[in-house]
Design a protein around this ligand. Sequence first.
Ligand code: HEC
Length: 169
Amino acid sequence: MSQACVALIAVTGVAVAMGSMAFAAQANNQAPVSPIYGVTLPQGYREWTVIAPAQEAAPLDELRVVVGNAVAVKAYRDGTLPFPDGAVLVKLAWKRVPSSEFAPASIPGAATTVQVMVKDSHRYASTGGWGFGRFINGTPADEAQHRTCHACHQSAVKDHDLVFTRYAP
Ligand code: HEC
């Protein structure tokens, strides 16, 4: 075997070893989890189907979009309530700013929060089957904030499986 060939095999070996280290780091679950619920930001949520937009008035003054994974979208389309296990809803939010190109239009400014609801009727039996996560720049918000989620959703939309957003056709 030529020297170059041996070197190539050695380099490939190192690359494979580094690759599996990266995989091990992910498998060790380095993804940040929310307090109380242990919810993570789901992979690929930015590509999910839009359920509906929303807007909140001042002082927050935000534009929002709620998206769902395939399980959630199917439940919406079929009118299935409660949502089945595996349904995940994500709410993205941004500051509302007037467009500099066309004043009457509002556009997203800085991202504020990304919020997650994960349906798992066993794991989250004590909170209506939903686990909650609020992330700011990818970092979970504190425990005190997570204590508010279930109470508001439960008191306002208990007849809609704790979910506010309806599918916008
Ligand atoms: C005071 C009430 C209130 C609290 C507290 C609250 N939410 Fe919500 N949430 C809403 C409303 C209203 C909507 C509907 C969309 C909108 O208006 O932004 C919503 C929508 C959502 C959605 C999209 C699915 C749906 O129900 O429409 C997610 C995900 C979500 N909230 C997560 C959270 C998380 C996580 C927390 C806690 C960190 C939280 N919420 C706390 C009122 C609340």
